[in-house]
Ligand binder design. Structure first.
Ligand code: GRG
Length: 295
């Protein structure tokens, strides 16, 4: 089977896992459950759960212990997108090719369903204790998720981004923003997959570094696509960085140099993973495919 076919097959498997953990649309809070599911089922690439699962497989993970984490990482990611699109942040109308959550359900429900997805992710991850005897691994994965998504990770990066919107910032600050708002969640995905499968500290630290590079490359490619792609292809508005006078890798060094950085960071990540005794060729191919992603 070639990589594209395999990617489609594995994405479907991830979709099936995610669906099992979504909230029921019933009772008085039904509208919020519908808003949560609306964004969860809008069809993103499912990159973070895929990275979690593939890293779990890399270290020989078996059984269902990773499943709640696969669903939860996509819930945390989707929460960040719902809130990123709100009028108080980016005020965007389209995401994943559809109207944004607040456009369909209203701003208050956008705030509520976003935070509810973040909270629900933890309810879901706790279910892993029912699926494995390896409770210490679950605790380590939970710690990683909490740390990488909070002030010392995704939210820290996002806060510095918001605070400096439209201001001229240094490359050092830009790197802090990218490594936190984007890399941290990718680090959480891969590190959680690693520890759930029983990876040791050295292996987990190596995975963290590879994930940081993948996240940085992913965000730089996001900057490039904002310039060279279309709303139709991306499913979200383009040219928003220029409109918001945002400093990006493209505005700092131009598209060609930014593309070279994507290439270099991705190859560094692959080299790190290939230095491990354990192998997952599909994972390396997935990282390679992100270099030239069009959405
Ligand atoms: C709590 C008010 C409040 C806001 C939180 C944390 C946060 C907002 C936003 C995170 C920052 C963010 C949206 C970073 C961008 C990362 C990025 C490139 C996302 C797009 O990911 P894709 O391309 O999307 O994987 P799909 O739709 O494919 O899942």
């Amino acid at each position: 089977m070639n990589f594209q076919d395999e990617l489609i097959k594995r994405t479907k498997e991830i979709e099936n896992v995610i669906r099992q953990y979504l909230p029921e649309e019933e009772g008085f809070a039904m509208t919020m459950a519908q808003a949560m599911n609306y964004s969860m089922l809008a069809g993103g690439k499912r990159l973070r759960p895929m990275l979690l699962k593939e890293t779990y497989c890399l270290f020989g993970g078996e059984g269902r212990a990773a499943e709640p984490f696969i669903a939860a990482i996509e819930m945390i990611h989707t929460h960040s997108l719902i809130h990123d699109d709100l009028p108080a942040i980016d005020n965007d109308d389209y995401r994943r090719g559809r109207l944004t959550t607040h456009k369909v359900y209203g701003e208050a429900m956008g705030v509520l369903s976003g935070v509810s997805l973040l909270n629900y992710a933890y309810e879901v991850m706790l279910k892993a204790f029912d699926l494995t005897q390896e409770t210490e691994r679950v605790i380590s994965a939970l710690r990683i998720m909490a740390e990488k998504t909070g002030i010392n990770g995704m939210l820290g990066g996002q806060s510095v981004d918001v605070e400096n919107d439209g201001k001229p910032i240094t490359k050092e600050m830009l790197d802090y923003i990218y490594k936190n708002k984007t890399s941290a969640l990718i680090e959480a995905s891969m590190m959680a997959g690693a520890v759930l499968a029983g990876a040791d500290q050295r292996q987990t630290a190596l995975v963290c570094k590879a994930a940081e590079d993948i996240g940085l490359a992913f965000q730089i490619q996001d900057d490039i696509l904002d310039v060279v792609s279309s709303e139709k292809e991306l499913g979200k508005p383009v040219h928003s960085d220029e409109k918001n006078h945002k400093v990006t890798y493209v505005s700092l060094m131009g598209i060609e140099q930014a593309s070279r950085q994507v290439n270099q960071l991705s190859n560094e990540a692959i080299a790190l993973l290939e230095s491990l005794e354990q192998k997952n060729e599909f994972l390396c191919e997935l990282i390679r495919s992100l270099i030239h992603r069009r959405k």
